[in-house]
Design a binder for this molecule. Sequence first.
Ligand code: FE
Length: 137
Amino acid sequence: MTNWKEKDENYWREKLSAEQFEICREKGTERPFTGEYYTETSPGKYVCACCENTLFESDAKYDSGSGWPSFFAQAEENGIDTETDTSRGMERTEIMCSHCGSHLGHVFPDGPKPTGLRYCVNSLSLKFEPEADESSC
Ligand code: FE
């Protein structure tokens, strides 16, 4: 099994686009209403752009109005790590992929039921895998 946390900076610079590297590995934030997925509503799953760990299901995606992809739950327990982030004069909870440590965004306590959580995620931290269309088989 790949130990993603052992991958060094050079590995990620080669694998990711410059924009993705800045967000995923240097904790950047994409501008709201610019990402690929904030309006995406198709069924499927969202995996980590760096290591393809499953992070979110489309069932838990909703439009928060923030301009970033938003989810009220993570797909699998332990798929996401959290850490307190005090940058920019705010106290927020950063979310990271538990497999590779990639920065995803933040989680806030103002989401909808049933969890009351809002996972606010950069599109560039995600890769969408649409559900297979079984009607065409
Ligand atoms: Fe990952």
